[in-house]
Structures are given as C-alpha cells and as structure tokens.
Design a protein around this ligand. Sequence first.
Ligand code: ADP
Length: 434
Amino acid sequence: MYNPFSWVKSITRIALFYGLAMLVGWYFDALLWALAIASTALVLINYYHLVKLNNWLWHSKKFTPPDASGIWGYIYDGIYYMQRRNRIKRKKLGNLIRRFREGSESLPDAAVVLDADWHIEWCNRLARIELGLNWPEDAERRIDNLIRHPEFVKFLRNRNYDSPIEIESPTNISRVLEFRMMPYGEKHYLLIARDITQISHVEQVRKDFVANVSHELRTPLTVLSGYLEMLKESPEMPQSFIDKAFDEMGTQSTRMQSLVEQLLALSRIEASTERVYEKVVNVPQVLRTIEIEAQSLNKNKGHSIEFEVDEGLQIYGVETELRSAFSNLIFNAINYTPNGGKIKVCWGKEQDRARFKVIDNGEGIPEEHLSRLTERFYRVDKARSRKTGGTGLGLSIVKHVLSHHNSKLEINSDVGQGSEFSFAFAKQIIAIKE
Ligand code: ADP
C-alpha cells in the first residue's frame, strides 16, 4: 500500500504551529507563555488521539477508523489496512480449513487430528460414529483417555507407527477397525480408522476353510495309511482283520471322495455364471428321481416318506443346482431322523410363490445351532454326522444354490418334535407350464 506520509510535511506543520504560537507570543509580549501553551495543546491533541485510538481498538464495533488529519490520520489508516489485510488472510485461511474439513468429512474412514501429546484437535463425522467421540466436547482431550483398548494404548505409547493395528470398534465389538497413525507437519498426527470387518471376516472364513478341509481329509487318510502300514508289516493277519480293514478303508475313501465332490460342487456353484432365467426346470420330474434315490437310502431306516407335489409347478433355474438343494434336504431328513420316522416333502404354490418343504419328526435341532447350520463344515453332532457319511457341506451348498436363485433357506425346529427346512421362490421365477 502507498503511504503518503512525509517527514518534511509533518515537521513543517509542527514548525508552522510553533511559528504561529511564537508570533502570537511576540505580539502579546509573552513568548514563553505562548510556547508553553502551544506545547501543552500539542500534548493534549496527541493524548486525545491516543484515547480515540484506544476506544476504536477496544470498544468500537466500527471497522472503519475515526477521522483524523496529519500523522494520526496515517496511523489510523495504517492500522485499518493492516486489519483489512489480516481479515482477508483470515477469511482465506477459514475457507481453506472449511474445505479441508468438508473433504475429510467425505472420507470413507474415521479421521482424528492429534497434537504431539495425542490431544484431539479435530475429528470427522465417522470418527464420532465409529470411535464414539463427541464433538466439540472431546476437543483437547487425550485420545488414550477416550479409546482405552490396551492394544491401542500400547500402539500409541510405542511410537512405532510403521504398521497398523487391528482392534474391535470402541462402539461395537462385533466390528473390527484398522488404526493407522500418520505423523505430519510439526509434531501432529492424523489417526485413521478403517472398518475392515468384512475383510477380516473373509480372511477368517478362508483360514477356517483351509483348516477344516485339511482336518476333514486328514482323518480318513490317517485311517487308510494306518491300515496299509499294518498290512505291510504283518501280511499274515487273520482274514477277519483283513476284511474289517478293507471295509474301513473302503468307507474312508468313499468319505474322502464325497468330501472332494461336495467341495467341487460348492466351488462350482459359487463360481457359477449360469443364468437362472434361461432354462425351465421340471421340478416334479426332478423330485420323482430323487424319490427313487430316497427310497433306496430309506431301506435301513424304515421311515414313511410322503411326497406332495404340485405336478404343474415348474420354475426357471439351474437343474443340477436345484437337484442338489432338494436332495440334500431330503437325504438329511432321512439320515438325521431316528428309524421309523415320518417325513413329508412338499412342493407347491403358497400365495404367488413356489415353496419347497421337508418336514420330519426327528430329534430337532437346538435353537443355538440354527443360525450356524449353513456354515461350511458346521455339524450339530460331529460324531453322528460322520457316521451318516455327512461332510458338513450339505446345507452350505443349499444356501449357495438358493442365493443363486434369489431365495433363502428357512429352518424351523423344535427339540424332540422335529424340523422343517423350507424355501420359497419369487413369482418371477415360476414358469407357466405349456
Ligand atoms: P452333513 O453333511 O453333516 O449332513 P449338512 O450341512 O447337510 O451337513 O447339515 C449340517 C448339520 O445340520 C448336520 O450335521 C446335522 O447335525 C444338522 N441337520 C441337518 N438336517 C437335519 C435334520 N433334518 N434334522 C436334524 N438335524 C439336521
């Protein structure tokens, strides 16, 4: 800014003022008095301006400075321009902060800005939701007083922020958060928390799956190699032992075979790109072939099995998948119902949907197992399931088939009374029989 203040002008003004005072003093023959009065007046004028400046700076709401001439005018203008410059800078800074905050609000992660001693300087909306922080109440509070998980506190105190940590969310222990700490600027930290529940769940499922498959295959393999070793070391075993060994080896290899087949079926269904709405499946016919297989499986069990099938009800779908879903439920009912039970299989319309139902009067399944039955390898009674040749994959296959056909398995079971496994297809999937 151009400053028009000039020393020469200012000194000339003072000289003129004193010159005038001296002239008046000389005229009245009181030169000293005139000089004293002029100096006092000058001090008073300056004092008056100082008071005005003080009032303007501290008490006035006006942004524009009071009127003044001479050096005081320049001082007022200088302060005024300085304030204006600061105001513009502050506004720019404010806009920058606002934009930064808006940007951070749209982050898909919880973000918290911390100072060198981990006091909260700012946090975004997700941090309030996922970390349970209150804003602005928690401003200036230390983050380790608010998130007290021992792992988190250790992570902060170690001051080694190269790798993130995973702990449960302070607001919901069923969710897993990944915390990362990023130093920036002068001793500031940006704490980022990302919800990785889904990823860690998938990772856990993968680990469990590999562990389960290995375990399931190891048991029959151990039996097989055990018998083979015994037969090799002592070839002249009694015939009864050899017969038993071959029987057992046969059972175990069938078990392994059905496990591998079920695993392949499961991965085929999961990776299936076959379109559901392309081919019509003649469900009554599929059920007829399953009924024949069911009767042969039922030979040793002696259940009375009743099929109640709407012969005209066909649907769009993938036949191999649906066959596997129907047969899994029917064979389960046969296998898990104590001998001489009653099993009913229904296929028919229910309002505008098509419903498949398998009802048995077996032992039923305790409530706490119901939500986990469709997990891979989950069995209510492991030993019994193995005896029936079960792999624990049947209901998992059913779940995937149904999800491929936009449906869901519904299980109702009363301990001591029996179980009902059913699912319904939406009307869009029902094919009108020509
Ligand atoms: P599996 O191959 O062991 O039969 P599934 O996934 O088909 O595995 O079934 C999981 C578990 O659900 C079974 O081990 C059994 O304990 C239970 N289950 C399934 N169907 C029935 C049923 N109709 N009655 C009682 N329990 C059942």
